[in-house]
Design a protein around this ligand. Sequence first.
Ligand SMILES: N[C@@H](CCC(=O)N[C@@H](CS)C(=O)NCC(=O)O)C(=O)O
Length: 222
Amino acid sequence: MAITFYYGAGSPFAWRVWLALEHKLLDYDQRVLSFSEGDPKKPEFAALNPRRKVPVLVDAQGPGQGQAPFVLYESAAILEYLDEAYPGSGMPLFPGDMRGRALIRRMVCEADNYVAPAVNRLLSRVLFTPQPQWNAEKIAAAHRDCVEEFDAWEPQFRGDYLAGPLSAADLTLYPMVALALRCEYKKPDVDVRAALPPQFDGWMQRIQSLPYFSKTWPAHWK
Ligand SMILES: N[C@@H](CCC(=O)N[C@@H](CS)C(=O)NCC(=O)O)C(=O)O
C-alpha cells in the first residue's frame, strides 16, 4: 500500500486525516497506536514524528515516486498534501477558487488555534480529571469558552457545509465538536449539545451520513 497512516483513536487530528483519506478515495494502510501503551513515545514512532504525536502519513508513492517514502506529520499539512498529491482522486478537500480555498485554510487555522484549545480545556477538566477532583467552576469556564467558540462558527456556514461544499474545514471542525460532545458521556450535565448553535445539528448529521463516516468513529466510543 502506498500510503501508511498512523492513527490514535479519539485524536481529533488523526480523525481529520482519516476522514480526508476516505473523502479522497485513497487506499491506505492504517497503523493504530495506543495512547495508553505509550506508543507515540516509542523510539520507532519518534523516528517518524519527533513531536511524538499522531497523525503521521507516510507516502511511498505519490508525486515523488521513486524517491524515499515521504513522511509528514501535522494534520493540517497532511490534508493540504493529500489534496495536491492526488488531485484526481475522490473529492477535493480545498474546493473552489483561490479565495474560496484561502477561506477554507483560514477556517482550518481558526479551528486549530481557537476551537482545539477550548475543547482541550473542557476535556482535560472532565474526561482526564478523576471525578472526585472535578472543579465545577473550572468546568463551567471551559464549557463557556467552548460555547463561545461554537457560536462564532454559526455565521460562517455558506450552505450545507462551512465553505459551501464539504471541505477540509468541515473535516477539521467536526472531530473537535464530537470530542466536546463526548464529555457528556462522562458528565451528562455538561450539556454541550444543548449549547450548540442550531445550524450544527443538521451539519453534524450530514457529516455523519457520509458513506465512509461510520468506519472512522473512534473504536472505544462504541
Ligand atoms: N498539531 C498536531 C496535533 C497532534 C496531537 O496533538 N496529537 C495527540 C493526540 S490528539 C497525540 O498524538 N499525543 C501523543 C500522546 O498523547 O502520547 C496535528 O494537527 O497533527
